[in-house]
Design a protein around this ligand. Sequence first.
Ligand code: HEM
Length: 512
Amino acid sequence: MFPSVDGRLAILALLPLSLVVITALGWFIENRQRKPRLPPGPVQLPLLGNVLSIDTKEPWLTYTKWHAAYGDLFLVRILDQEAVVINSQHVAEALMDKRSRIYSDRPYLATVEPFGWSAVTFGFTGYNDEWRLSRRLFHQTFRPSSALKFRPMQISRARDMIVNLIDDPQHYHSHFATFSSSIGMSVIYDYQPSARDDPLVKIVENALTVGLDIATPERAILLKLFPFLLKLPDWCWGSSIKRDARISTEHMNEMRDLPFQCAQQHMVANSFLGQSSMVAENLQRMEKQDEASKPMFETALKQAAAAAVLGSYETTSSTLMIFALAMVLYPDVQRRAQAEIDLVIGRDRLPTFEDRASLPYVESILRETFRWQPILPLGVPHATSSDDTYDGYFIPKGATIMCNVWAISRDEKRYPDASRFVPERFLDVNGALTGDDPAGYIFGLGRRACPGRYSGDASVWSAIVTMLATVDFSSAKDGQGKVIDFTPQFITGIIRYLFRHSILLSLTVASL
Ligand code: HEM
């Protein structure tokens, strides 16, 4: 049977159409093969992405679980935001360090502006000229060679802290906080806070307590989805977020302006002589500039100064809380460190920075403190400023980049029995330090890496070594002398820190 004339005409007509379809299909397949794939990752739901499967309080735990399934680099979607999660130091270095030109932006966080954070830190500012100016000002004061100058002051503040701890051991958290802020405020404003109830320290505490508690990631998502919440009238249900944002902004502005004004007044009263704080040095520099550039410079200086206070306050005191927890839970570690100090320094003087290289066990405790309970388990998120390809995977412009510090620090191959506090993991068979230093990932990577790390590391070291040399930490006991059990409680947000009174400890002068 032959097809009819109409049928033959239809076949003839279909021929060019099939040719077009086949060519388009070929082009599509070829293009697909040429275009790199997105990184692997868990299945996404329409509109929501992976948001329902992520532990909102401790997202790093979900990401660490997915690390086993999807590898060192995977992609998740949180509503409309694509986020690439990096789970190994090697990949973090390859992208955030070696390609820092692409990986140094910050993602949009809906809470930063309304809650007043942009006024007090360049930590969330995009990768732009405003950030460069603030970071340059910051760097002049905190670069490694300048940070060396703070060391005698850091040791002296650590000793003041011991006096406070012995005098009033119950409020150990408050003494850690005073120590942190007194270092920051000396360097930045040439201001020495009093041991208790200092008005300027109170201002910083207020800003941070409000800011950290309410500008949480959950609120950032809520505000991104429903920005009109900031416009609701005060009487309306749901307007509490607007009120919180207003209170937070007031506290943040106060923190940026009041210590700065104090430093300015102090300078005028002392005729600009012998002023060596970050603010004083830069204000003197500003005097020589042309009038037009002064306002921008002053704004950047205020912001860089507040960023330094903010950056040092919670990070340093939270790290000291982790150290205290470790000393209570692992008394053998404390004893071994004290034995090292006794052997190297003896008992008739206190440690100084000149002793640091001779105290490898103390150094391994510092490393383990940073690793064991990282205070920024996902670092601070970066964002890409252009498309990129890595290991055959396509990483789009504007993607959020998270370095899963938790996964790196809990990698059982690198750190066997990772949930235990074992400083010895950083020592070789001869008791010398190994080349593995968590500072390589806990301070972030690339151009956004923590600019206060040299001063932060030295503050924590001076506090730890001075405490080990002078006091004993142990578990708190009840009236019958029985150890009181406790479960440490962490508060989570961008920073993961121990709840103030969650370590039940007893502090005594070190036994001689
Ligand atoms: C002692 C413990 C500290 C830890 C663990 C720590 C950790 C970090 C991390 C992970 C970042 C984000 C880095 C990135 O985006 O890749 C960061 C940023 C920052 N840190 Fe620290 N930090 C500490 C101490 C300090 C101190 C003492 C200061 C101030 C003197 C400071 C000031 C800052 C600032 C201003 C940024 C924002 C940098 C930017 O966005 O360009 N930090 N820190």
